[in-house]
Design a binder for this molecule. Structure first.
Ligand code: SAM
Length: 286
């Protein structure tokens, strides 16, 4: 459905009228190509029963399309002057609620009314990774996340083992979510133009993780430690969180050669490794 709320402000005119400029530190690059907005809405597969959480509504270009297609939209924006403007522009749209807050400090569960939310956002690139991990932690409240990210971050998220882009973010997100690439977006689709291309991804939380994860905190700790020094062999990088003996014993039990590098391990191997670390650690405590 095309964008129908007429009150959506042209970002360039808005900032000119305020004699100011979009904030780089807040990652303010506004979508000006309405086809991009239509494609995001299409990928999110919205219905009139859906409840949406938008992070960083900016001047409301995407929010407006979400309001047209969903039952309820909660949008969290950190920039106070934008929130004031949004509340005024959308005053006739009771389905849309603007929350003036830093999304990094927000409690996403407080927006959950009993029906799983769809998170939809053109993420502020400066904080896209921490927001992704916050969404990952709160995934029980979401049925899907449709997110626009810097292309390079999108490539790291979707990477498989063996390459330079495969890292802790790939393993941690792919363990708990199904991830599909939507489409690429050229810098000319935004004002002001970002320096790099963007990509829209769809992430769908899995009912059960791809591998057995009994202790999520430990899983995250081991995966992050494994990738903490990419050039190091896994037997050495694990020593940032385990004793040398525990690291070696866990790898041996998992059947993983200690001279391998983290980027060669599959998600299944990380699953086995963390299970063995947990056994070895319990033994060393008792
Ligand atoms: N949704 C708008 C669009 O697509 O045109 C704007 C997207 S712009 C890339 C990111 C938006 O996130 C900006 O409006 C910015 O002020 C807001 N933002 C930045 N950091 C934020 C944070 N920590 N919490 C909430 N909003 C944030």
């Amino acid at each position: 459905m095309p964008n129908s709320i007429k009150s959506v402000t042209n970002p360039k005119e808005f900032f000119l009228s305020k004699n100011s400029y979009p904030s780089k530190s807040l990652g303010q690059n506004f979508i000006k190509d309405l086809r991009v907005i239509d494609r995001i809405v299409e990928l999110a597969d919205l219905s009139s029963e859906d409840e949406v959480l938008e992070i960083g509504p900016g001047l409301g270009a995407l929010t407006s399309a979400l309001a047209d297609n969903a039952k309820r939209v909660v949008a969290i924006e950190k920039d106070k002057k934008l929130v004031e403007h949004l509340r005024e522009s959308f005053r006739d749209y009771p389905r849309v609620e603007f929350v003036h807050q830093d999304a990094l400090k927000a409690d996403f569960s407080s927006f959950y009314s009993g029906k799983k939310l769809k998170a939809i956002s053109n993420l502020p690139y400066s904080v896209s990774s921490p927001i992704l991990f916050k969404l990952l932690e709160a995934r029980q409240y979401f049925s899907s996340l449709v997110l626009m990210l810097q292309l390079e971050v999108g490539e790291r998220i979707t990477a498989g083992p063996g390459g330079k882009t495969y890292g802790s973010i790939s393993v941690l997100l792919q363990t708990f979510m199904d991830i599909t690439s939507g489409f690429r977006v050229h810098p000319a689709s935004f004002w002001p133009k970002p320096k790099v291309d963007s990509i829209v991804l769809k992430l769908e939380p899995l009912e059960f993780p791809r591998v057995d994860v009994s202790d999520e905190k430990l899983y995250e700790k081991v995966v992050r430690a494994a990738f903490s020094s990419r050039r190091k062999m896994i037997g050495n990088s694990l020593q940032s969180i385990l004793s040398r003996d525990s690291a070696r014993a866990s790898l041996e039990l998992a059947g993983i050669d200690k001279t391998r590098r983290a980027e060669t391990l599959t998600i299944e191997e990380f699953g086995v490794l963390v299970d063995k670390v947990s056994i070895i650690e319990k033994q060393s405590i008792s």
